[in-house]
Design a protein around this ligand. Structure first.
Ligand code: CDP
Ligand code: MG
Length: 735
């Protein structure tokens, strides 16, 4: 069976007619180019190697991302940079020549928008310049916000190294459930969400001399809210400096929002990047990624590869597939270092992506969006972009939030491509067609505030005494219905009274750094005397679906191990069971290994649990245990999640209020049982709208925990006597 080949067709940018001709030629394969091979015969031989086992993918070169540097410019290799002293590297960054000018601009203006290509040194250098300039005298602090946890951690670590201090002393980071700062910390890298929470304890940010809202172009919900709050604080604190740093996107809008604040541009240093598209759409982009990486590896000159995937599961799968194939190819190919990077990756593993590639080897970093603008990895010459990202969406009509893999925007695709041109002229391989780029991708990503639920943020703003949310100073306002629904939900949870004012319970809910439903569940554990168990459930839910692992060669064992944790009642109790047994093992890693449980996730759950436990006193919840009476645990969970309920109907599961069709996730312990009433932790839309982490409940509990929300009538079960025949197995059928 002949293998498909990866045909890369080159096309120079030129006159439209010329372009058209070349394009057509490309379509015919006339100008097809095998990865720009110089030594064609040698390349061809290596190429065959890969083709023996893999299908290959055909690319067409169709465009070039213009650079500011000549393509022939001397490549600044990572190794060369590493050899120089850290100070020399600092001086080599594009921002460095503008140090004085920048500091002068900051001195002269209260608000400054800073625009600069990714990697120019905004995040790591500017806070240091401010430190050197004396902005942290008299115990004042500098905050620099990052939309992503990983970025906050890794940037802080880098800056600590550059300053020659221990991380957590003068330089530290603060992310949810992890505080690596001390009294001495004057440069604080933190997630935007953490700075938002700082307003709760210090509404005027009095201990900060400078606030730098970094990666502003990402337009996360928290960054957008920060804009409004900081703009307000700046009016009352003329000495506070506000910096808004962004990649080269959107800066005019930021400037307009901050009363026409000046924009400081750091000229980029970017080499041109050739852009290649696939000739035909790829059905399985994960598989296509793996094949393309190997193709690049065997056919392309040295230079590291950066691959953009959408999340941890995908990244792990891709890394596994790559390693597997490299192992099989053995010494037939040069060494390929496969390194993942995603939010939950432990920091020692994260650090590995920044280490220089050993001579002769090639590094491939498989990353989430984080590598799009927040992190710069030296030495990247090739970018592989399947064109997808994981995006939240929210339907205010149904109140359903889902996280789905969606095509990224053109802006995103171009940022990604740009990552290939930082150290030398690069190449970006897009795993979609030029047509798809033109016609199927949106121009820009919709700001998160317009596609997420706002419960959390509304609760926070209410606690800050901001009552009139409709007139809050939003850069882009959220949809009216979303705001309204958030108010309604907070009212249903008892956080707001009928006048929309914060209640005592609402104030406590805002104290806990988790979603309102989760904090309500924790508060309710007081009533049901089961806070020990609920803390565990909350912690386990917070570490995301990464508790169990399932190695390919041991799926049967792994699945058995998972089933052994099942308890009647549902997934929340399974999580509780896993944690309890792990605790009984003395938090052993060996125990995790034997039971196919991720030790890292468990360790994180333990951290989260400890932190939440530390906050219990503040919200006046005592430590109590249900002593095995799990109904109490389930009722406490229901107190928080009565919004997320579904019931079995003739045509499968429907959400109770909105009558949306939903399905139990196949990984759930209740998948086989299909109980009549249940609640879910979250919905994930993949092939269907799946409920993840489900718990069996009784409809009467809903009246007990949320009498103001449910009426007895709507919980009656007209089909109780005659359950549907063929909608999975019902409990009755199972006996
Ligand atoms: O913020 P911006 O994208 O403008 O640049 P930066 O993050 O300050 O990066 C400046 C330089 O620091 C780049 O050359 C990065 O490679 C380097 N850096 C690093 O080596 N390790 C990190 N954890 C972060 C940045
Ligand atoms: Mg940055």
């Amino acid at each position: 069976q002949p293998a498909r080949t990866v045909d890369i067709v080159e096309e120079e940018s030129g006159a439209p007619g010329e372009e058209q001709r070349r394009w057509e030629e490309a379509q015919l394969g006339a100008a097809s180019l095998k990865f720009g091979a110089r030594d064609a015969a040698a390349q061809e031989a290596k190429y065959q190697l890969v083709l023996e086992e893999d299908e290959t993918i055909e690319f067409v070169r169709a465009a070039q991302l213009q650079g500011d540097e000549e393509p022939s410019g001397p490549p600044l290799s990572a190794q060369a940079q590493q050899k120089e002293s850290i100070q020399a590297v600092r001086r080599s960054l594009p921002v460095f020549p503008f140090r004085e000018e920048l500091l002068a601009a900051i001195a002269n203006h209260q608000v400054l928008i800073i625009e600069g290509e990714t990697g120019s040194g905004k995040t790591t250098q500017i806070p240091q310049y401010l430190f050197e300039e004396g902005y942290t005298k008299k115990g004042m602090k500098i905050a620099c916000t990052q939309p992503r946890r990983v970025a906050a951690m890794s940037v802080a670590a880098r800056v600590a190294r550059e300053m020659g201090v221990k991380l957590g002393n003068e330089v530290g980071y603060s992310i949810r459930f992890e505080d690596c700062t001390s009294e001495r910390t004057v440069l604080r890298y933190m997630t935007d969400g953490m700075l938002l929470r700082e307003f709760l304890s210090e509404p005027d940010l009095a201990s900060y001399s400078v606030v730098m809202v970094d990666e502003a172009h990402e337009r996360t919900l928290h960054t957008d809210i920060l804009f409004g709050l900081i703009k307000d604080v700046a009016r009352f604190r003329p000495e506070l400096k506000v910096l808004v740093a962004s990649a080269t996107l959107d800066t005019a809008r930021f400037s307009a929002f901050f009363d026409d604040a000046p924009v400081f541009r750091i000229p980029g240093r970017r080499f041109p990047v050739d852009i290649f598209y696939t000739k035909a759409p790829e059905a399985d982009y994960l598989e296509a990624c793996v094949v393309s990486v190997l193709q690049i590896h065997v056919t392309q000159p040295p230079g590291d590869i950066l691959v953009f995937l959408t999340g941890q599961e995908e990244i792990e799968a891709a890394c596994e597939m790559l390693q597997d194939r490299c192992r099989r190819l053995g010494s037939k190919i040069r060494e390929l270092l496969v390194l993942p990077i995603y939010a939950n990756l432990p920091s020692d593993m994260q650090a590995r992506i920044f280490q220089p590639t050993p001579p002769g080897a090639r590094k491939v970093v498989v990353a989430t969006n984080i590598a799009e603008t927040s992190l710069t990895i030296e030495g990247i010459i090739y970018v592989l972009d399947p064109g997808f990202c994981k995006q939240k969406s929210y339907n205010p009509r149904t109140g359903m939030e889902s996280l789905t893999v969606t095509p990224c925007s053109k802006a995103s695709a171009n940022q990604r491509a740009g990552r290939a041109g930082r150290v030398a002229a690069g190449k970006c391989f897009r795993l979609y067609t030029a047509w798809a780029y033109q016609h199927e991708l949106e121009e820009t990503t919709v700001p998160e505030i317009q596609r997420t639920s706002l419960g959390n943020v509304v609760l926070l703003l209410k606690s800050l005494g901001i009552h009139d949310l409709m007139h809050f100073d939003f850069l882009d306002p959220p949809p009216y219905e979303t705001l309204l629904l958030a108010l309604e939900q907070l009212y249903a949870l008892g956080a707001l009274n009928h006048l929309g004012e914060l209640t005592t319970s609402g104030r406590k809910m805002a104290e806990l750094p988790v979603d309102p439903m989760l904090s309500k569940m924790i508060l309710a554990s007081e009533k049901y005397s089961c806070s020990e168990e609920i803390l565990t459930v909350a912690a386990m839910l917070s570490v995301n679906n990464s508790i169990f692992y399932r190695p390919k060669d041991k799926v049967v064992h792994a699945d058995n191990a998972r089933v052994n944790f099942f308890l009647p009642g549902g997934d929340h109790l399974v999580l509780l069971n896993v944690y309890t047994q792990w605790a009984e093992s003395g938090y052993s890693s060996q125990w995790c290994y034997e039971n196919f449980v991720q030790f890292r996730s468990m360790r994180r759950a333990r951290d989260v649990r400890e932190q939440l436990e530390g906050l219990l006193e503040r919200v006046e919840v005592g430590l109590t245990s249900c002593q095995g009476d799990y109904v109490r645990v389930r009722k406490a969970i229901t107190s928080g999640y009565f919004y997320h309920t579904a019931r079995m109907t003739r045509s499968g599961y429907r959400t109770v209020k909105q009558q949306q069709t939903v399905f139990i996730h196949p990984n759930s312990s209740l998948f086989e049982q299909q109980p009549r009433w249940l609640l879910y932790h979250e919905l994930v839309l993949t092939t269907k709208e799946f409920m993840r982490q489900v718990l069996e409940i009784e409809s009467s509990w809903l009246l007990e925990v949320a009498p103001h929300y449910y009426k007895a009538k709507e919980l009656e079960d007209p089909h109780a006597k005659k359950m549907p025949k063929k909608v999975g197995k019902t409990r009755e059928e199972l006996g």
